[in-house]
Design a protein around this ligand. Sequence first.
Ligand code: GLN
Length: 466
Amino acid sequence: MDGSSTCLGAVEYYLQQIREKSDLNAYVRVYEEEARIMASQLDEKRLSGKKTGKLHGVIISIKDVLCYKDHRVTAASKILDNFHSIYNATAVQRLIDEEAIIIGHTNCDEFAMGSSSENSFYGPVLNEIDHERVPGGSSGGSAVAVQAGLCMVSLGTDTGGSVRQPADFCGIVGFKPSYGTISRYGVIAYASSFDQIGIFARNVPDVETLLEVIGGPDGFDGTANPAPLPPAAENFTQNRKLRIAWFNQALASPALDPEIRDGLFRLIGQLKTQGHEVKGIDFEYLDYVVPAYYVLTTAEASSNLARYDGIRYGFRNVDKNQDLADLYNNTRSKGFGKEVKRRIMLGTFVLSAGYYDAYFTKAQQVRKLLVDKTNLIFSDFDVLIFPTVPSTAFRIGEKMTDPVAMYMADIFTVFSNLTGLPAISIPLFWHNNGLPYGVQIMTNRFSELSLLSLSSHWMQQFRETR
Ligand code: GLN
């Protein structure tokens, strides 16, 4: 035994990498001793000839919004400082049951609100390719942990793009399943009707392996799909003739970097050459997706975050409280960061009497319309392709003073969260500025095994070299 092929050897290797690249700020907590102990136990078990789990020795990191029993979990917020989870998220429990080694919690935007991982109580995460650029967000720490080789795979959450967008900015694979595929039990809620756990990896088969373990029905989450996922359809596994659509309005969007548009058209050309039917279709609702997303998610967030009152969880302001209301006010004023407060206020506003119908009800109607239109599209097509993000990774600080510009960058990712579709970003391209970018692929609800199978083919066939 030379150590390199043991779980313990692997743990030591990753711990070393994490130490060497600590300036990236990808992790908020590293469970060094525990990972070593777990690895030694796994090595012992394997050497004694016992049957091993499906993820035996897989070294994984989890976003700081996933509950891990007897460990701190803070959603990168001061308000949850020192909060310890008393139970495991279902996904975390399933990882442990299959003998994965959880090496640490990763950094992110506070309460998963953001697109750059700059809104963290622990400071920003850096993109390994260019330390002056953001890795994307909100699951930026998870993306960088995989990008920089600080773990094998990572779990994030995706409410409006927080797995796919950082994967795109970091040149890796980021997958968000259909709403309901992975249990949300033990995920610190941002917007419950949008939130899904997503997976970061370097290749698609790793995503699939993880999904098989953590996905599926769960009695602890009433919104989890009670049926197991259908197997991949044969035309997808064989990459046979598929009907593929893109939205004319997306590729014509003035916000889209022309080189990213060119990359998408190169892919479209290659798909046509392979015999697929690939067509641009009109979708007049693209301008409404970002507003609808921000009305609905802030409304849900204002309700979900009402529980952080300084009494039940984490941080409590102790001085200069005149009365209970004052304690709540002071705790929330000091505990939440700027972006989170902005969203709580916006959400409270859109739900308030007099504005409810104009904003919240309207946005719900838009959501319903998007779902109906999407169902129609999937009666004619098998696959939808999009850019993942309109630009490559931007500079740290570049969008911090302009929240609307930051929100608009979510234009291509929020669509699948509004409609519940599975979506993936795979890294196919390199921009002239030296940064990677991906393509986003979506299929019909609960057809993620088809989506993954197809993505794996496309990544092998169409990945361009730097
Ligand atoms: N960037 C989006 C937002 O700020 C998405 C966040 C997410 O998916 N958690 O809301």
